[in-house]
Design a protein around this ligand. Structure first.
Ligand code: 8YV
Length: 320
């Protein structure tokens, strides 16, 4: 074992994929925080023994928890998002942070396209219509064509680009907005989220979460999308001003939305439950057997590499 490899307890912060939990427990000295009868007491007594924390994108490692672990060397996230952990604070303490990029890109992009098709063609509502025994000839009415639409992608990272590639197959006219233009792509760059929405029939939110993108899709952006515009969000609920979205949908100021993410999951704003032009999904973009297994494997590899070599396999990018 190299000198730099840390030795100590791995703290499992929250429940994880069962197969990942099994591998962690089989290979490392893991303590599950949620299973402690008195987690605060455990931390007070054993916090200094913990050298690595493994957590989910949803839960992260809170400031309080980080502070209770003075010897913490790595925070390993199951998931691509890590806005639930204060990375700058971790870095300042010399704590390395990893996530699970790439392995979920396909599934998240697939779901974004599925949501887009659903919300324009109203598939879920059509299914409800048939099941309710309401089918009469031409009774369901007409919906919106998908192919050839102007699609604005907010955030052209790995997932945004994978969505764009798929939509090329639908002859979409693609534009995007991100903090700066992305080199090597031909899609049209919009200087702001508002400008992007103004020139789009469908706005797809694919940016990361966290303070920097909070409410980026504001009431003004939704108004720019307009009454014939649709929103797809597979990123984070926090990126969209949720009350503004609810009122835009209720008032018909945008045409519809496909939402896999919400501000306060699993709580969905009640007015949305009444709307047939909204697809509501329980944060399942990466939830396939294949992808979750790949995320679990990469999470394990990060932790294992840290404990044997002292470094992570997929550290998150530097804080910019
Ligand atoms: C997961 C996600 O559902 O990877 C992410 O950031 O949002 C999802 O893939 C989840 O967050 C895992 O904890």
């Amino acid at each position: 074992m190299p000198q730099s490899a840390p030795h100590g307890t791995v703290l499992q912060v929250c429940p994880l994929l069962p197969s990942l939990e099994e591998s962690l427990a089989a290979h490392h000295d893991v303590v599950r925080l949620a299973e402690q009868s008195d987690p605060a007491r455990y931390l007070a007594e054993h916090g200094p023994e913990v050298v690595a924390a493994v957590t989910s994108a949803r839960i992260g490692v809170s400031r309080e928890l980080m502070d209770a672990l003075p010897e913490l060397g790595a925070i390993v996230h199951f998931g691509v998002g890590y806005e639930t952990t204060d990375v700058a604070r971790a870095r300042a303490r010399g704590i390395d942070v990893s996530n699970t990029p790439d392995v979920l890109t396909d599934c998240v992009a697939d779901l974004a396209v599925g949501g887009l098709i659903d919300v324009l063609r109203n598939l879920a509502a059509a299914d409800r219509y048939v099941r309710a025994g309401k089918w009469v000839p031409n009774g369901f009415g007409l919906r919106t064509k998908v192919s050839g639409k102007r699609v604005g992608i907010l955030g052209l990272g790995r997932i945004g680009r994978a969505i764009a590639r798929r939509l090329e197959g639908f002859d979409a006219d693609i534009s995007y907005h991100s903090r700066r233009p992305v080199e090597g792509v031909d899609y049209r760059y919009a200087a702001s989220a508002r400008e992007l929405a103004e020139g789009a029939d469908v706005l797809v939110v694919a940016t990361s979460g966290g303070a920097e993108t909070r409410n980026l899709v504001s009431a003004e952006v939704l108004d720019a999308l307009g009454p014939r515009g649709h929103l797809v969000n597979i990123a984070r609920g926090s990126v969209v001003d949720e009350p503004a979205l609810v009122s835009a949908l209720v008032d018909g100021r945008i045409a519809g939305a496909a939402l896999d993410v919400f501000v306060d999951e699993p709580n969905v704003p009640a007015p949305l439950l009444e709307l047939d032009n909204v697809l509501l999904l329980p944060h399942i973009a990466s939830a396939t057997r294949e992808t979750r297994q790949a995320m679990g494997d990469l999470t394990f590899r990060n932790l294992d590499h840290f404990l044997t070599e002292g470094t992570l396999v997929t550290p998150v990018p530097p804080v910019s």
